[in-house]
Design a protein around this ligand. Sequence first.
Ligand code: ADP
Length: 192
Amino acid sequence: MRLILLGPPGAGKGTQAKNLTEAYNIPQLSTGDILRSAIRAGTPLGLQAKAIVDRGDLVSDEIVNGIVSDRIDQEDARNGFILDGFPRTIPQAEALERMLEEKAMKLNAVVEITADAETLTRRIINRAREGAKTSGARADDNEEVVRNRLNVYREQTAPLVEYYRTKGLLKTVDGMAPVEEVTAAIMQAVKE
Ligand code: ADP
């Protein structure tokens, strides 16, 4: 199973990806998680990405395309993967298409998880407050940066919805339902 989860920040992609990895026994491939761990570890990639991620802007296509290509080649991704946070731009989607073609792999579906803007902002601000209590706060979860991330989504990532609809791969699921219901809806949509 090869899936892309698409949706604005706060829609629940990460939560759903985690549930789906258990259901399908395939890894979650989150470019956000990979970038955050590089930043924490202070690797050259992390040093390059930190300021960009902290502002809520997008890291260059070249960097994330490389991350994804390497990650897809790892043994545990051979039978499939759930992409969470990639692609985020049309050029990234085109690069992914080329990568998969080279590796003779095919996408099963692209699942768009929807939620209204108010809910999204509230969820992320809550995540920041919870994170602050456990020192797990993300530097990009403050209100101003959240607004920027939502704008970046609207401008650069939302066009992927039409892109994948045209390719006949798009499934849309309501992300406002309870977590387990959203997971069930995704699994149902992927089967259809
Ligand atoms: P969110 O929870 O907002 O969906 P992620 O955890 O997926 O965010 O990503 C956090 C940040 O990492 C993004 O705001 C961006 O700076 C960077 N990033 C993650 N994936 C990509 C990507 N595919 N292209 C460019 N930048 C990315």
